[in-house]
Write a protein that binds this ligand. Structure first.
Ligand SMILES: [Zn+2]
Ligand SMILES: [Zn+2]
Length: 278
């Protein structure tokens, strides 16, 4: 299991990314659905402080303290620095949960901050980026893997030549950062340069139809696709936060998207249903 996700606009959004044991946002119902997987989570990244993205935190923090599982494992919650709603929730937890058996750490983040998340063979990190959504600070997050590739000038060389170069002590390859996954939370269209060439982009499209949007704090389907296109998304655009008003029309929209023959897959995450992806 790689992704386990629930997203229904205004009600609840949370996303579990299993390779690095990360939870993005923690809307209502997260711990009920995740069950024992709550104990696997090491880090939670919150995009903003609206109720539908943080209401499940109290239960998750409590379950980690009392259910059947390793109740001594650390949990770290990262959130946009200066977000008032999250600060209020933090102070409630500080007062109501004085006897936690595990270390719970809250870390405020500015845009552009890096958090190391994986210490295996691959170097993985999460880097925050700015999003536009409401008055309080909000953030999106990129999961990044540091990889090696041949330097551009060496890519056409035959194996024999490469071996010689390497033997002579020359550095034949270079490090580069590949975005594996980008989570935008709720937002108006994300600046494509912030999620450039990501493999999977998770973007808000609360409104599948532009005319239904009253206030400019969420994106539309068309805008999300434009962002993915401009960012040259490599594999897939995952559309989240879809308003439940469209729940019986998803097939219709899927047909339209297929007709556009886009260079990446587009998936509409059905509002109100658990979504899994291997
Ligand atoms: Zn929301
Ligand atoms: Zn919101």
């Amino acid at each position: 299991m790689k992704l386990l996700l629930y997203s229904k606009g205004l009600y609840s959004t949370w996303l579990y990314y299993s390779p690095d044991r990360l939870l993005f946002d923690c809307g209502e119902g997260a711990s009920s659905f995740l069950g024992n997987k709550c104990f696997a989570i090491q880090r939670i990244f919150l995009s903003h402080g609206h109720t539908d993205h943080i209401a499940g935190l109290l239960s998750l923090i409590n379950i980690r303290n009392s259910a059947m599982g390793d109740t001594s494992k650390d949990l770290t919650i990262y959130y946009p620095a200066g977000n008032r709603q999250i600060s209020l929730l933090k102070s409630y937890v500080d007062q109501a949960q004085r006897r936690l058996k595990y270390p719970l750490t809250w870390v405020p983040l500015e845009a552009g901050e890096k958090v190391e998340v994986f210490s295996g063979q691959m170097d993985r990190s999460v880097i925050s980026f700015p999003t536009q959504h409401g008055k309080d600070p909000s953030l999106g997050y990129n999961i990044i893997e540091e990889r090696k590739r041949l330097k551009p000038e060496n890519r056409e060389l035959p194996q024999e030549e490469l071996r010689k170069l390497a033997k002579s002590g020359e550095t034949i390859d270079e490090l580069y950062q590949q975005k594996l996954f980008s989570f935008g939370g709720d937002s108006t269209p994300i600046d494509p340069t912030l999620v450039e060439e990501t493999e999977i982009l998770c973007h808000d499209a609360t409104f599948l139809v532009e005319e239904d949007r009253d206030i400019f704090s969420h994106a539309t389907l068309k805008e999300a696709i434009q962002v993915a296109h401009a960012a040259r998304v490599k594999k897939e655009l995952l559309i989240i936060h879809i308003s439940s008003r469209y729940k019986h029309q998803l097939e219709e929209f899927k047909q339209k998207i297929d007709d556009w023959e886009l260079p990446f897959k587009v998936t509409l995450v059905p509002p109100g249903r658990i979504f899994r992806q291997e």
